[in-house]
Design a protein around this ligand. Structure first.
Ligand code: ADP
Ligand code: MG
Length: 683
């Protein structure tokens, strides 16, 4: 058996099991050995039944006291019950739909059980795992639990893993000895053995630490290599930099944070290598004007800039805003969206090619069709997670600059805790607007139950009476909604006809035609609508300063970050603004989440809270930030290790910047493997 031996050549692996393993990404012995347990079960035996604690998983040996018996509860449900004993006590066992337990658990025989003890007077255990006492291996008391798919049991994976163990000595070491010594890391063979078959918890921790370090180390190396590669590409340097007239023309002065971000970007743009900067700032922090400043720099240097928005609505709004912000400069700002007529699009494309537009704002329409630029040297995207890497490079290909690559500025309101962001993006490439424009009043946020509906309606009426406008957001579009959530369309009609016949109520949702949506949003922006019932189409970016109340129905259905984004739609003007979260959900965790939103308006604090409550899994998922999925390490929890891995990576690259030395070949392969699915991230 070799590391590259296909699993289907092993005994007992037929087509069905091969397919099931394939679903887990397991094709070879090497894949199998890199399939790490997601958890471990402590199978150390408690001395006797009397010593068993309750409500935690325990392992104990006992004898079957009487024959087990099965009974039908209802169709498709059998319960098998029995009793096991030792000298100190007894436990009632129950199995559901496991009639074979009755056969195996013979009276008078001893077994080892694993499960959770419950019950007051009488100890009980539901659905324990069990094995014959003579099969219990006291030398292997820590049992790995693997991520599974239908068709492969944990037991089966364990057996396969035992066979694969023989190949562990073939795994190449990726961490040189001086790194291992310096950071006190186990050699590779020990780590693999320890992670799959730890003899002790200490051994497991030693193994896991080494493997987590390796992941973070490779992540850092990969990111650094990507950055180096990018820096080898040419870009147009924006050497002329005079923002004076632009800044003097603005209706406000920039905050210190905005100014710093502009300077950071300007510094990048001066260089003949492509900028790749993430501009991070909470909703309302004023990212647009920073983007405008960058566009001015492009223009001063005879180049074009493009701003890509995720939706038509946002593109139109950005077009309006930027036209105003740039009105004193003489720059020509254009708009290109899907809903324009073919003739309008043709004109726009002609103007782009002729260089008659300096800043083009658009949606995906910018990418489709025969767009060509005269000299596109700066691409700005709003909300990175809706605008993929492929799309950005597609735009780069049409830039008309030959070999030179455009500079890229990515604006995002998704807050990443700062230490983490610095590590992910490196200190060169992140700008944070950590300050709101002056005079903003914090949005007051309340959580209310369904019983307060009448008071809520009164409050809406009162706000409208004061001349304000109101958003009301529902999670779903139509009434074919099994869970009875407030559906925008149906609920909007009800509000318009029954509750607020005297108010101007409009409805907007994602399934409407672009034109229809646009008409509604324009009417709202112009103050012709009092109450806008909407789905999350209004989530990002829409700017109506007169809107002072945001009501979110079934708020528990949204993530914290999304709720925070929604709330950012109000509080953009001079009026005291409010956000009301409506939820009948009584789950304590859910309520804690929603209360966190009431307690703070700091997006970064909320991001930390979200992280705590939901775990790093979805929050820092590869999808959102374009990073490879890590198996063992956590970007959120392993700060110390992260810094060590970062330092180690820096040291290695100092001696071998492209990771080309022969002794680094195994390491390079590992890095490439980690970035297999993300080859072009950040390019
Ligand atoms: P976001 O970061 O959410 O995209 P915007 O760029 O839309 O924020 O800015 C939010 C609002 O704040 C806009 O109405 C904008 O005109 C205003 N604004 C931005 N910067 C300042 C500033 N320095 N002083 C006053 N108002 C500002
Ligand atoms: Mg914005």
């Amino acid at each position: 058996m070799e590391l590259n031996t296909p699993l289907n050549t092993l005994p007992g692996i037929g087509a069905a099991r091969e397919a099931a393993l394939g679903k887990l990404g397991l094709h070879t012995v090497a894949d199998l050995l890199s399939h790490f347990p997601r958890d471990y079960e402590d199978r150390h035996l408690y001395p006797n039944i009397a010593a068993l604690p309750q409500d935690v998983p325990v392992c104990f040996q006992a004898m079957v006291a009487e024959p087990f018996h099965s009974s039908y509860i209802r169709k498709g449900m059998t319960v098998t019950r029995g009793r096991v004993v030792d000298d100190t006590g007894q436990v009632d066992l129950t199995f559901f739909n496991l009639p074979y337990a009755k056969k195996v658990l013979e009276e008078g025989r001893s077994f080892v059980f694993y499960g959770v003890v419950t019950g007051g007077g009488r100890r009980a255990m539901a659905h324990p795992q069990f094995q014959r006492a003579e099969d219990y291996d006291a030398g292997d008391p820590i049992q790995p639990v693997y991520p599974l798919s239908a068709g492969v049991s944990n037991q089966r994976l364990l057996e396969l893993m035992r066979q694969a163990m023989d190949c562990i000595p073939q795994i190449q070491e990726t961490l040189e000895e001086d790194i291992r010594r310096r950071y006190d890391l186990a050699p590779v063979a020990l780590a693999y053995r320890g992670v799959h078959f730890p003899k002790t918890w200490e051994e497991l921790e030693v193994a896991r630490r080494r493997l987590r370090f390796e992941e973070l180390f490779c992540l850092n190396l990969g990111l650094a290599l990507i950055r180096t590669r990018r820096e080898e590409q040419p870009a147009a340097p924006f050497v002329r930099q005079d923002l004076g007239p632009f800044l003097e023309n603005l209706p406000f002065s920039l905050t210190a944070a905005q100014l710093r971000c502009v300077q950071e970007a300007a510094g990048d743009l001066k260089r003949p290598v492509p900028m790749n900067r993430l501009l991070q700032g909470d909703v309302g922090s004023g990212k647009t004007v920073v983007a405008a400043a960058c566009a001015v720099l492009a223009w001063e240097n005879g180049c074009q800039a493009a701003l890509m928005a995720p939706t038509e609505l946002l593109a139109q709004q950005h077009h309006r805003t930027l036209s105003e912000l740039l009105s004193g400069t003489g720059m020509r700002v254009g708009l290109l969206t899907g809903s324009m007529t073919p003739a309008q699009k043709r004109d726009c494309r002609g103007a782009l090619e002729a260089g008659e537009i300096d800043l083009i704002v658009g949606t995906h329409a910018l990418l489709s069709g025969p767009v060509a630029f005269r000299r596109l040297a700066l691409v700005i995207t709003d909300e990175q997670h809706r605008f993929g890497v492929d799309q950005r490079s597609a735009l780069a290909a049409k830039s008309g600059q030959g070999e030179a690559k455009p500079h890229v500025l990515v604006m995002s309101a998704t807050p990443i805790p700062r230490t983490l962001a610095l590590m992910i993006y490196g200190d060169l490439d992140l700008s944070v607007i950590d300050q709101l424009p002056p005079g903003r009043k914090a949005v007051e946020t309340y959580l209310v139950g369904q019983d307060k509906r009448q008071r809520l309606y009164n409050f809406i009426r009162k706000q409208v009476g004061l001349g304000r406008q109101v958003y009301l957001v529902c999670p779903a579009v139509s009434e074919e909604d099994p869970e009875g959530l407030k559906a925008a369309e149906q609920y909007g009609r009800e509000l318009r006809e029954r509750v607020f016949p005297d108010l101007r109520v409009a409805i907007v949702h994602g399934r409407q035609k672009a034109k229809e949506k646009q008409a509604v949003m324009t009417a709202f922006a112009q103050g012709q609508v009092d109450l806008l019932v909407a789905t999350t189409v209004i989530e990002v970016g829409v700017d109506v300063p007169n809107a002072a109340l945001m009501v979110i129905e079934d708020a528990d259905r949204f993530g914290l970050s999304q709720l925070h984004q929604l709330r950012g739609r109000v509080g953009r003007g001079e009026h005291q603004s409010y956000c009301v979260l409506v939820s009948g959900n009584r789950n304590p965790q859910t309520r804690q989440r929603l209360k966190a939103l009431c307690a703070t308006t700091d997006g970064f604090a909320l991001a930390e809270e979200d992280l705590k409550l939901r775990g790093p899994g979805d929050f820092f998922g590869a999808r959102q930030h374009g990073l490879p999925q890590l198996k063992l390490a956590s970007l959120a929890g392993d700060m110390r290790l992260l810094h060590q891995a970062q330092a180690a990576a820096r040291a290695v690259l100092e001696g071998d910047p492209a990771l080309e030395l022969p002794q680094h070949a195994p390491l390079r392969r590992r890095v490439e493997q980690l970035f297999r699915e993300n080859r072009d991230i950040f390019n």
